[in-house]
Write a protein that binds this ligand. Sequence first.
Ligand code: CTP
Length: 406
Amino acid sequence: MLSGKNILIGITGGIAAYKICELIRMYKRANANVRVVCTPNALNFVTKLTLQNLSQNEVGIEEFNTDNYKPEHISYADEADIMVIAPATANTIGKIANGICDNLLTSVACAFKKPMIICPAMNCGMWDNTFVQNNISKLSENGVYILEPDEGFLACGYNGKGRLCDLEKIFKQTEEILNKEQKLFGKKIVITAGGTIEQIDTVRYISNYSSGKMGIALADAAYNMGADVILISTVNTQKPYGVISVKSAIDMQQAVENEFDNTDCIIMAAAVADFRATEIADYKMKKTDNTETITIELVKNPDILQSLCKKKKQVLVSSAGNETLSKAPVIVGFCAESENLINNAKDKISKKGCDYLIANDISRKDIGFSSDYNEVSILKKDGTIKHLERASKQEIAYKIFEEIYG
Ligand code: CTP
């Protein structure tokens, strides 16, 4: 699977650097081309000569190598299919997460536009540090694959989470990423994200706590897998694919319906408000001395998912029910529940009529709404259910596409 692939390994200054010699051998045995860039500190733990011999390539350390006419960091970034940074120290993680480029490795990482795996390894106290965790979240939210450290005995003498994860895991993740890269090539995928914003007057609105992270993770995954992606989002985000910004459920419905034709898959990951204000005041509503309570009348919003499923049914009827011949998209809904998850999800998939329903338990603090992690059950219209264990929203996103497209 890795034969002919160009793998760029970044090694930083941690004791686990010695383990990367074996990782290089594993990639080489799989017939991949391996290039290595090191931070100067990495060479305290492993020699340039060893890395050079194992990778059968020059090892990059100096940022300003005058022998080469090409800017070194750009050529490393251009040539590789994937970048694997292992071990990644807290220092390098912090620099990459904040766009700091003060050596060859961090400059390459900054210029790198293809998939990147970061494998942190450090003392357990450093791993638990809030700023380190914020940097990890930032990278993960921006599509970087994080292979979290394992727990165990650390070189510093502590017992805790901080050991470089298994080399086998890094190898498998590299294979998986490069294998799924183009799986969705030629498919158009539309994804909604975020909570809708239902205006009350010129300064107030009703909304919900949805962060949009799951929808954005799905859009990133689809893009990385080669799809033509449209993200319809209430959360502002800049992406290398199409992003349509919307606020209300009505705006969102319009935007999704505009994309319905010639779309292969629509995923309604947005938390659409069920109600909106019947009337929106075009001024700031004022209270008076006598105002103790106010009543805002709400009217039901359209159910976007249900109306998409109805439209799909009509398309299928007009193409004599032949799903493979018709251009009807696969329709995927989400189901946020705080109790009776599976039973409510079963009711919802049959009521809404979608092909898949991704059910998640929003009562749990360690997954769901604003968390970077999720744990979901995928219900299919044929009644089968697949459970995906807790993982980062990025990993869950890939697994959802694997479930839909095999
Ligand atoms: N949804 C939608 N339009 C709405 C409400 C929900 O398209 N007006 C979609 C959501 O994007 C999600 C699915 O329906 O894909 C289920 O949303 P959820 O909030 O779990 O369910 P509701 O239909 O709103 O039902 P309830 O709030 O009663 O659980």
